[in-house]
Every structure is written in C-alpha cells, then in structure tokens.
Design a protein around this ligand. Structure first.
Ligand SMILES: Cc1cc2nc3c(=O)[nH]c(=O)nc-3n(C[C@H](O)[C@H](O)[C@H](O)COP(=O)(O)OP(=O)(O)OC[C@H]3O[C@@H](n4cnc5c(N)ncnc54)[C@H](O)[C@@H]3O)c2cc1C
Length: 349
C-alpha cells in the first residue's frame, strides 16, 4: 500500500478534543490529518448524545451537542486539515522521520502524533440476556441516534447513570409508556437529573423500578415484550413494549493502541505536563489521557489539545516558539481578513 503524503501532525480521533487540536495545528501553520473510525466527526457529541444540551463549554450558556460538534468541525477544519473517516488506526510504526500510522485502508506518515481517541473503540456494555443479540437494531438499542424514532412507543430504559436518566427525561413526553429500571437503589446520575426524575415519577410520566434486571427480551422480527425480575426476590414481571434502550455504559477499550508500548493506567494513557506520552513525539489529550487531577470534560480537553499541539510544533521545529501568542494578534488571521476584505472590494467593483 503506497503511503499517503506525510503530515506534521496526525490526530487520532475526530471528537471535540481532536478537532480543537486540528484547529491549533492549523493556526500554528503545520499540516495535519485527522483519522477516525466513525463515519462522521464529533466523537461522543454526535455518536452518543447529539440532542442533549451541553452547559459547561466556555462561550455557550447552552448548546446542543450536535451544534457544538458542527461549530467544532467548522473551526477545526478551517485550515484544511485532511480527514479520513471510517478508518481505525491499527499500528504505530516508528520511523527515522517520525512515525507511520496504519489503518486497513492506508499508511499515514507523520512527524508527531496526537492521540485524541476518547474512550478508544466504542464498546457498549451489553445486556447478557436471551433476545438481546437477536433483536439488536430491531427494537433493542444501546444508544439514541434519533429520538423521533421513539415517538408514541412503549419503552423500557435500562440503567442508572446519566445517559439512562437523561434519556428517560428527554423521551418521556413523546412516548406512550416509559419504564426505567435499575439494578440498584442508588443512581449515578447527577442530583439535578434525579430531582427531575422524581418529579416525572410523581407526575406519572416515568415508571421507575429499582432492583430490577432484564431476564429476557421477546419478539420475532422486532421487540414485543420484555421479562424483568427483582434481583432480591426473583419475582418476574412481563411488559408489552416496543423498545429496550440499554444505557448501561461503555467498556473502556483502547483497542489496537493498547499494544503500542504506551504507558497505561487502567484504560487511559499516562501523560506528562506537556501531554507527552512515554513515546517521544506521541501526545495524548482528552478523555483518553490521564494525569493527577484529570477531569474528563470537553473544557479540560481543549486546554490539553492546545498544550499538546504547541509542544509538538516546537518539537518538530525548535525555531517555533511553543507559546502561540494571542490569536487576536496573529498574522495568519490578519492576513486572511485582509484577503477577504480585498476580495469583497474587488467583488463590489
Ligand atoms: C451522555 C453524555 C453526556 C456528556 N455531557 C458532557 C457535558 O455536559 N460536558 C462535558 O464537558 N462533557 C460531557 N460528556 C463527556 C464528553 O463528551 C467527553 O469528555 C468528550 O467527548 C471527550 O472528547 P474526546 O475528543 O477526547 O473523545 P471522543 O469524543 O470520545 O472522540 C474520540 C474519537 O476517537 C475515535 N477513535 C478512538 N480510537 C480510534 C482509533 N484507533 N482509530 C481511529 N479513531 C479512533 C473515536 O471513534 C471517537 O470519534 C458527556 C458524555 C456523555 C456520554
């Protein structure tokens, strides 16, 4: 397979943090390529919760994850970063000039690597009960792609974390019946969401059952019913339902990256203060990296991307300062604005 044109920086993962890294690479004037295994950019924002609102990203009092991803893509690709989608990076090969990253479809030479791989390959936790595999995609789902598909349906939501509670709250007003079950008494969801859930239960829009687990999902071509059981008494209950939404989390799975010789802590990549991994020239940012005090938030990932890319730029070209300066004063933007206003004048003439 003929290698692609080399890039200064290759970013593994086109989620919010990878996209911000691409923006920074472009702003610093280095070439960049993003490789992502999913069919669209945006990472968890577009794959897991496009309809939800995000409230804790600077500059937006409230923005849907889909709109945030759209803005991030516009900002991240403005300097022409190349994007390779539906390609999972398999290997990291060290070369004299840097590295080559390989996928099933390509070989990508690069001088530095920024890993922004989030939770790695998305590996949802499955319900281990009869009917789950057979009816997956036919009424059984582990994520909400399009809430409109649940309109007027009877739904069983399974889980006790933010995803399960938030989706139960978002969907309840549009469904015929919404039952939320959790295998314990205590929930991991935020206190505010739990207060809203309590109100929905009191209003009768959500039926909440704790200490319950799914025993079997029934149906021929699609889901028609489910049997659940009480894990204290083993008592069974059967509900006629159309959808089982199993939001019981994702297994962190680094996939091929686990065998690259990176220093790992559980399923995260350990980094130093410049977001550098134990392999010189390979940086890790966003949900996939860990250090003391790490927070898995979009806001912290932005800062990490900025630090990683600026250090990578300096490592690639020691004459380039690692401090980028303020964007308000950067020549790259002033030149572009001058060109745009000259084009505007020419068009008006
Ligand atoms: C329901 C929910 C609500 C959330 N709400 C908030 C919130 O309100 N505020 C907040 O700050 N955070 C929130 N988060 C967390 C936030 O989404 C993550 O912190 C953020 O997405 C991390 O961004 P990232 O770019 O590091 O990784 P991701 O968004 O996970 O993107 C990583 C990308 O890397 C790709 N990838 C992985 N391995 C490979 C490989 N080998 N080859 C190619 N591609 C690969 C994946 O396909 C993925 O697209 C929420 C998360 C969930 C699930």
């Amino acid at each position: 397979m003929k290698p692609a044109d080399p890039r200064d920086i290759t970013i593994i993962g086109g989620g919010p943090v990878g996209l911000f890294a691409a923006f920074y690479a472009g702003m610093r004037g280095v070439s960049c390529r993003i490789v992502d295994s999913l069919p669209e950019l945006g990472g968890q924002l577009t794959a897991l919760y496009p309809e939800k609102y995000v409230y804790d990203v600077g500059g937006f009092a409230r923005i849907s994850a889909r709109d945030l991803a759209r803005n991030m893509i516009e900002q991240g690709l403005q300097f022409g970063a190349e994007v390779r989608l539906e390609e999972q990076v398999q290997d990291l090969i060290r070369e004299d000039s840097g590295f080559t990253l390989t996928t099933d479809l390509g070989r990508y030479p690069t001088r530095a690597v920024v890993i922004a791989g989030g939770k790695g390959a998305f590996a949802p936790r499955y319900l281990e009960c009869p009917g789950y595999d057979r009816l997956l995609g036919r009424g059984v789902s582990y994520h909400v792609k399009d809430p409109a598909l649940y309109q007027g349906k009877s739904i069983l939501v399974v889980g006790g974390g933010d995803s399960a509670v938030d989706w139960a709250l978002s969907l309840k007003d549009h469904t015929r019946r919404l039952i939320l079950i959790h295998r314990r008494e205590g929930f991991r969801a935020h206190a505010h969401s739990m207060a809203l859930l309590q109100r929905a239960v009191e209003a009768g829009t959500v039926e909440l059952l704790t200490h319950k687990e799914v025993r079997e999902i029934h149906g021929g071509d699609c889901v028609t019913a489910v049997t659940i059981f009480d894990n204290r008494t083993n008592e069974e209950m059967r509900f006629e339902i159309d959808v089982v939404l199993a939001l019981i989390g994702f297994k962190p799975d680094l996939g091929p990256m686990a065998r690259w010789g990176l220093e790992l802590q559980k399923n995260s990549i350990k980094v130093g203060p410049a977001m550098q991994t134990n392999i010189t020239g390979v940086y890790a940012v966003g949900d996939i990296c860990t250090y003391e005090g790490k927070l898995e938030l979009i806001a912290t990932g932005f800062g990490e991307a900025c630090i990683a890319v600026n250090h990578a730029v300096h490592a690639i070209n020691p004459a380039a300062r690692y401090n980028p300066g303020h964007s308000t004063n950067l020549k790259i933007f002033k030149d572009r604005e001058a060109a745009e206003s000259a084009a505007g004048v020419a068009a008006a003439d």
